[in-house]
Design a protein around this ligand. Structure first.
Ligand SMILES: C[S@@+](CC[C@H](N)C(=O)[O-])C[C@H]1O[C@@H](n2cnc3c(N)ncnc32)[C@H](O)[C@@H]1O
Length: 305
């Protein structure tokens, strides 16, 4: 079962008008979406987006509600999605980033380092490029870069070397084949701390799905689309995502972004957001004890000025 993370905190911060229009950019199993609908009036509207058609079709069955529109798309195209629905401004936009437990639990999707499956990791199965394409075709330097940048993997070099060495004899086809290569490339003590493939799998998943690019693209569109007083709520699960959200929100709170040594402002930048709090909202001890995934979750909330 997918347990929605920071559920009450997100929806309470998101809703400012129970008759309004809301977008959940990461519908997944619809945990947040369901709670959102429960707190909206009969004349409100809620749009749910997910790029994973399998997840969307499964979730669709639970939302036979005239207020609901579900869209299969990448949220990086948020503005276009909203325009095609003839909506101009939105009261609240939320994102609960990353993969859902549904995706992790279906072994054949290739996201899990616990189950043997083809090395896939695509959230959108219409996309051609898979994790197997990446590990079998990218140069050692490109793989090092991905493992280091997206996984903050300190053994990126030895893992990339092992991948390139292995594929000299045979293509890497399955998740556990890759896990084995990783295990042999890192010191034994590393495997005792956490699963040795955890960071590499995260890095590959982020690269295959262009996750950080989508996030960077959606944030400015979300700000443009929000009504004055509307809320942007983003839940992230690792420092790379959180850094993007934090820096973006902070910059949008500033009336000037000129370098500090400029004698006068020449940037014409005007604040568009106000932060609900400087620090992110994190899960309570109780939620962390019931849902391990919530331990790394950070919710940042901003209000459109
Ligand atoms: C963590 S889950 C969301 C879970 C959901 N909030 C719930 O409570 O059931 C993230 C979902 O967002 C989707 N997703 C991730 N990146 C996306 C993107 N760029 N565009 C659209 N959907 C995306 C994934 O396919 C996944 O289903």
């Amino acid at each position: 079962m997918h347990k929605p993370v920071l559920l009450q905190e997100t929806i309470a911060n998101l809703i400012t008008d129970s008759n309004g229009i809301y977008v959940d950019c990461t519908l997944g199993g619809g945990g947040h979406f369901r709670h959102l609908l429960e707190n909206l009036s009969p004349i409100a509207r809620a749009i749910g987006i997910d790029k994973d058609i399998d997840i969307l079709n499964q979730t669709r069955l639970n939302f036979n509600d005239p207020r609901v529109t579900l869209v299969q798309s990448d949220f990086k195209d948020l503005k276009q999605i909203v325009q095609e629905l003839n909506i101009e401004l939105i009261d609240g936009i939320m994102m609960d980033l990353g993969v859902s437990s549904f995706q992790l639990d279906i072994a054949e999707r290739g996201f899990s380092f616990h189950e043997d499956a083809p090395l896939d990791m695509r959230m959108n199965r219409e996309q051609v490029f898979t994790a197997a394409d990446l590990v079998n075709n990218y140069s050692a330097d490109e793989i090092i870069d991905i493992l280091f940048k997206y996984g903050e993997e300190s053994y990126a070099r030895s893992i990339a070397k092992a991948i390139v060495g292995y594929r000299g004899t045979k293509n890497i086809e399955s998740t556990l084949e890759l896990v084995d290569i990783i295990k042999r490339a890192v010191p034994a003590r590393y495997s005792r701390e956490k699963h040795p493939a955890r960071k590499s799998f995260q890095a590959l998943r982020i690269a295959v799905n262009g996750e950080l690019e989508s996030l960077q693209r959606v944030l400015p569109q979300a700000v443009q689309l929000l009504k004055s007083g509307g809320r942007l709520c983003v839940i992230s699960f690792h420092s790379l995502e959180d850094r993007i959200v934090k820096q973006f929100m902070q910059e949008k709170t500033l009336d000037c972004i000129c370098p500090p040594d400029f004698p006068a402002c020449i940037c014409d930048h005007r604040a568009q957001l106000k932060l609900i709090s400087r620090k992110p909202i994190v899960a309570s001890a109780e939620e962390c004890s019931m849902n391990a995934r919530s331990r790394s979750a950070k919710l940042r909330v901003a209000v459109k000025i």
